[in-house]
Write a protein that binds this ligand. Structure first.
Ligand code: CP3
Length: 333
């Protein structure tokens, strides 16, 4: 007999620039961070993709770079440029006062989550933060970098200073996530987007340990909250990550060891992913085929359908609808 297993689905960056309704709000709100801290508008933006598409998850509209802002660093988002931060090279360069004062600066986010929680019905609600190393990367580079030369030098030459700042980022991220959970988030995702920059030894100190600390604390705080980790670019380090970091869900990009899905199944970890977002900007029938390939690849796993990275701004809305249709029609036996 065939049983129907519904595969939950959402898209990283499902709220954003590919949606005209987002662009409409954005054009009236030139200050991106201010928009993130406006609970009425931020909750409206979070719900925009769910008005168009049959999705199972709402994700909070905010950004990982609210943490440097909370810690006293200047964070701006320039048009057609992305984030711009005044570079720091030590803890002293931050205008950091205390954990509570920093959290106060970003507390509007908790109001956004409360609004979403009241409206979420049967949907899951995802809160999030950046992985500590990824946040440090933006703080040291001052924005999106091609070479990442400053951060690479920083963690080699000033290892203790780096560890010091990572410690502060980790502490505030934990408190930030706890408050998101208290406000109604039932999933949290840690976006460690630049995990792939580090070699094995650095990976253990700067990726595994802080992520381990975050999940350990969150588990102790709330047994019912599901924890998603996304150490993007981890390649051969995905396995050690899954061994060491207590996660419910591991989000995968395109490159991981062949045996990883089986390993995750045996450990009871759900796979999230991993359609290439480039597929969503192409024309033609390829998209259905690629979606089915992802479904087949993870058919023996507990699977949350998603992309291998965020939706690109030039994504065609009709392609998102196509992916969802294929996922909804897919039955596993
Ligand atoms: O829909 C969602 O996923 C929720 C909201 C969300 C945003 N950023 C909104 C956003 C989430 C979860 C993020 C995470 C984020 N932010 C990450 C981790 C995921 C990843 O992409 O690797 C990172 C590294 C950032 C930092 C950041 N924010 C960059 C580099 C940029 C500029 C380039 C880009 O990709 O857009 C942002 C801006 C940003 N964050 C936008 C949105 C909707 C675009 C802002 C605009 O309207 O101009």
């Amino acid at each position: 007999m065939k049983t129907v297993n519904k595969i939950p689905i959402w898209f990283m960056r499902q709220a954003g620039r590919y949606l005209p309704e987002y662009m409409k709000i954005r054009s009236k709100n030139p200050d991106f961070l201010k928009l993130c801290f406006n609970p009425e508008l931020a909750s409206e933006i979070s719900l925009q993709p769910l008005k168009r598409f049959d999705l199972d998850f709402i994700i909070l509209f905010s950004d990982i770079l609210v943490i440097p802002h909370a810690l006293g660093q200047e964070v701006k988002f320039l048009k057609n440029h992305g984030p711009l931060l005044n570079c720091i090279s030590s803890k002293k360069d931050l205008n950091y006062m205390s954990l509570n004062k920093s959290l106060d600066k970003i507390s509007n986010t908790f109001e956004t989550i409360k609004i979403l929680n009241a409206k979420k019905s049967t949907k899951n609600l995802i809160g999030f933060c950046g992985g500590p190393f990824t946040v440090l990367n933006y703080m040291i580079e001052g924005g999106t970098s091609k070479t990442h030369s400053k951060i690479k030098t920083f963690i080699k030459k000033k290892k203790e200073e780096a560890a010091d700042i990572i410690k502060i980022i980790t502490e505030i991220s934990i408190e930030y996530l706890k408050k998101q959970i208290q406000s109604g988030a039932n999933y949290i995702q840690v976006f460690e987007s630049w995990a792939g920059l580090l070699d094995r030894e650095e990976y253990i100190d700067f990726i595994i340990k802080p992520n381990q600390q975050i999940s350990g604390e969150i588990r102790g705080f709330s047994k019912h909250t599901k924890i998603i980790h996304f150490p993007r670019g981890s390649r051969n380090n995905y396995k050690i990550f899954a061994e060491e970091v207590n996660c419910d869900v591991l989000s995968l990009d395109q490159t991981y060891p062949k045996e990883l899905p089986t390993f995750l199944r045996e450990k009871g970890i759900t796979v999230q992913g991993n359609l290439d977002p480039q597929e969503l900007i192409k024309e033609g029938e390829q998209i259905e085929k690629k979606t089915k390939e992802v479904l087949e690849k993870f058919k023996k796993n507990n699977h949350i359908f998603n992309l291998s990275h965020g939706i690109l701004p030039e994504t065609k809305i009709s392609n998102i609808a196509k992916v969802i249709k294929v996922v909804r029609a897919y039955e596993t036996s």
